[in-house]
Design a protein around this ligand. Structure first.
Ligand code: ATP
Ligand code: MG
Length: 360
């Protein structure tokens, strides 16, 4: 069974470990919304991966899963054009994870810089679950199950996508006879099951958090959420430490002030931002509070249409609507992922019977 689409594919997703924030928007969501007509898009709710750090918080994961769909729809993802996929209901992903885990050395996984950063920034110490590093391999299966060309992500995911590309090449070489010197773009033509997908980094690869230091992250309490009220936006932006202490009539350095990173990203009028920076440098009666006020307005301008769309899902019955979107999308996604798994198993000599035959 195929989806019948001849468009090239996109796969990306988010982990339901909290609500979506401005970093997600500029890092990945903006690209997803822009490309949802041009590509056959699959957006994954990586709820299995949420269990890697919070296995004891099942109710929260369920809630966040639903809320992330609302964030997506509010931001402009259209379920009539894009497919929303629930990871735990796509069994092919879990099966591919096992096979892929055998194609990558253990030490290669543990050397992954994104995993190392996460272990440190999330304070996981040395007591993280066995499944935690496994998610990096699982993510390769998330992606490759859909055989996509493009994966729109933030900068922190590049290391993961690199591993995914390595696993795809290895599978194609080991099981499909693709020459180890073949160009990435040639793999499918040469009989490989998997394309070698490329990351697509957003307009801002790494948006800083309100702590002015770490990347904005839903797990680090430094995020401005897409669902924030105007009051919450004001409070969060107001709390950003400007990196220096100065009077409005003393020269300052906008380059070390994280408030200006937000100004660069969210204020549309570039000439106006350049002028603000110039005045800040001169100490021309421009305090951090003034700059923050412009940033607050710009963020609210971005969030206002999302608030209006979100109101539709906050009405009674909103969760049912989300459930429908999840079920319809996941059914469509399973058709693609099952086809991929069957292709992979066939090349591995594991074509003993179809899923339907074996489940009886
Ligand atoms: P967690 O803290 O649970 O890891 P997160 O905030 O890092 O959450 P993810 O679900 O891991 O969010 O990431 C989803 C997508 O958003 C990824 O493509 C990631 O690269 C991107 N992303 C996350 N944070 C940022 C950020 N601050 N700037 C740009 N892109 C981001
Ligand atoms: Mg993350």
């Amino acid at each position: 069974m195929t989806t019948g689409s001849t468009k090239r594919r996109i796969l990306t997703g988010d982990t339901p470990t909290g609500r979506l924030h401005l970093g997600h928007y500029v890092g990945s969501l903006e690209n997803r919304i822009r490309l949802q007509d041009e590509y056959d898009c699959y957006f994954l709710l990586a709820n299995m991966h949420a269990y890697t750090t919070r296995a004891d918080k099942a109710a929260e994961i369920r809630r966040d899963t639903i809320e992330i769909v609302k964030d997506w729809l509010a931001a402009g993802i259209d379920p009539a054009r894009a497919t929303i996929v629930l990871q735990t209901e796509v069994p092919a992903i879990a099966e591919l994870t096992w096979f892929f885990a055998m194609l990558v050395p253990f030490n290669r996984v543990m050397r992954n810089p994104t995993l190392k950063t996460e272990i440190e920034s999330k304070g996981l110490g040395d007591t993280y679950s066995f499944g935690f590093p496994m998610y990096a391999v699982g993510q390769c299966a998330d992606i490759l199950a859909f055989r996509p060309d493009l994966v729109p992500v933030g900068e922190d995911q590049v290391a993961h996508i690199e591993m995914c590309r390595e696993i795809a090449r290895r599978f194609n070489q080991v099981y499909c006879g693709v020459d180890p010197h073949a160009e990435d773009a040639e793999h499918e033509k040469l009989g490989g099951v998997f394309p070698i997908p490329a990351p697509l980094i957003g307009r801002v690869g790494r948006l800083v958090g309100t702590d002015g230091n770490q990347k904005m992250s839903k797990s680090l309490d430094n995020a401005i959420f897409l669902s924030a009220t105007p009051k919450q936006v004001k409070k969060k932006v107001g709390a950003i430490y400007p990196g220096q202490s100065r009077d409005p009539d003393q020269p300052g350095d906008p380059d070390i002030n994280p408030v200006f990173q937000f100004a660069d990203v969210f204020i549309k009028d570039e000439a106006f931002v350049a002028e603000l920076k110039e005045r800040y440098r001169k100490g021309d009666n421009l305090g951090d509070g003034h700059v923050k006020a412009y940033v607050i307005d710009a963020i609210n301008e971005l969030l206002e249409p999302m608030r209006a769309r979100r109101a539709e899902f906050e009405k009674p019955g909103g969760d049912d609507l989300v459930m429908d979107v999840i079920r319809t999308g996941t059914r469509k996604a399973n058709a693609v992922a099952e086809q991929t798994l069957a292709m992979a198993k066939e090349r591995m000599g594991l074509n003993f019977g179809t899923r339907a035959e074996m489940l009886g």
